[in-house]
Design a protein. Structure first.
Length: 317
């Protein structure tokens, strides 16, 4: 991908570093109205794909709603209610945690991880940030009578349905299939396609499965991320908005008016993601005063703020 400078790291009045990236915002028709870099190039959306994967599960007959559907869309922090929720999804399908094939891990959230380690607990699949998605995948398999031992195989009916759904809402074919960090297939599309898909989910008509996913996410944002997570803060503060972070510097947002935003930070870091998102939302005319705390990230010197990560002048204009 061809990237441009999207964020600047200032230490005092000295420009110390920059983050390159690609950013796109689409209007309700799916046409790009903000474009930095080449957003038509393909990349792996990583966990920003999860709401689209959840939609595929609903289309395949999964009966899930509310906070548990939000958890199916989540990269959760591993707080107690997240882990309990994943086990609830499995139990309703007649399964136990041994059915999970996501990677054993410690909780993602800093506070949850510290408590976990202090309690002397080990890594396990149920604590992994993708356990809600995997539990929902298994429940979808049970609902359809599909095999559960190979649900991560790209040729499995669940993953075939997922690919078909992503292509439908993104409005373009999947360009590449890989293996995500949790072991599930990951489908590469363009950032434009990702933004288009999020705009469609967030603005979907009441009664549709797309609306059901969006409602679960923006009604239960703490289940999508967790305490203090920027994706949770964003959805909690902006009514009707859906947002999902992804590994390797990916972020996607959908607005109830039909606009979508997608970005990738080239170096794969998460530091500048929310800063860039807020800048793009401001350019789209969204009132972002309620999330002003995400508009910059402090740069520390001797434990105190001596500068900030800010959007590039080109992006902020």
């Amino acid at each position: 991908m061809a990237h441009e400078v999207v964020a600047e790291v200032w230490r005092g009045d000295f420009l110390e570093s920059v983050h390159h990236g690609t950013v796109v915002a689409t209007d309700p028709s799916g046409t790009a109205v903000v474009s930095v870099g080449r957003p038509g190039d393909v990349s792996f959306p990583r966990s920003s794909n999860k709401p689209l994967q959840a939609l595929a599960m609903l289309r395949s007959g999964l009966d899930l709603d509310g906070e548990l559907l939000a958890l199916a869309c989540a990269s959760h922090s591993g707080e107690d209610f997240h882990v309990a929720g994943a086990l609830r999804i499995l139990a309703a399908a007649g399964l136990g945690e041994e059915a999970l094939q996501c990677t054993p891990d410690l909780p993602l959230g800093e506070q949850a991880r510290a408590r976990h380690l202090a309690a002397g607990l080990d890594a396990a699949p149920k604590y992994m940030n993708c356990s809600g998605k995997h539990a929902a995948m298994l429940a979808t398999c049970v609902a359809n009578g599909w095999s559960t031992h190979d649900y991560l195989d790209p040729a499995h009916p669940l993953q075939v349905a997922t690919r078909r759904t992503i292509e439908d809402v993104a409005g373009e074919p999947v360009a590449q299939v890989g293996v995500d960090g949790c072991g599930a297939p990951i489908f590469a599309i363009s950032l434009t396609g990702l933004a288009r898909a999020f705009g469609r989910l967030a603005s979907a008509a009441e009664g549709t499965l797309e609306h059901r996913v969006a409602t679960a996410m923006n009604t239960h944002p703490e289940w999508v991320g967790g305490t203090g997570r920027d994706v949770t803060v964003l959805m909690d503060a902006l009514p009707g908005v859906i947002a999902k972070d992804g590994a390797e510097g990916v972020y996607a947002v959908g607005l109830p008016t039909g606009e979508g935003v997608a970005l990738k930070i080239a170096d794969g870091s998460s530091r500048a993601r929310a800063v860039v998102v807020v800048a793009v939302l401001r350019r789209l005319g969204v009132d972002v005063d309620a999330v002003e705390g995400l508009a910059t990230v402090p740069v520390l010197g001797h434990g105190r703020a001596v500068g900030a990560v800010k959007p590039s002048l080109a992006l902020a204009s």
